[in-house]
Write a protein that binds this ligand. Structure first.
Ligand code: ZN
Length: 65
């Protein structure tokens, strides 16, 4: 049996600041994991616009008659 796949964890220290996934700046405590609320909004908008692309299964259209 293969051993459990270990995740590539860099430094397990929590003090290591994460980088903002949007702009790459160091994340702040207030807006983790983003550097600012602006970047958090950007990420949210991305996520939303991405989900909009997924066609929603509409079962409201009741044309059974
Ligand atoms: Zn940012």
């Amino acid at each position: 049996m293969p051993a459990k796949p270990k995740k590539a964890v860099g430094s397990g220290k929590r003090s290591a600041k994460k980088k903002c996934p949007i702009c790459g700046k160091p994340a702040t405590e207030a807006s983790r994991p983003f550097c600012s609320e602006r970047c958090r909004d950007v990420d949210l908008n991305r996520w939303l616009s991405d989900s909009y692309r997924i066609p929603a299964a509409n079962d409201d259209d009741e044309d059974g008659d």
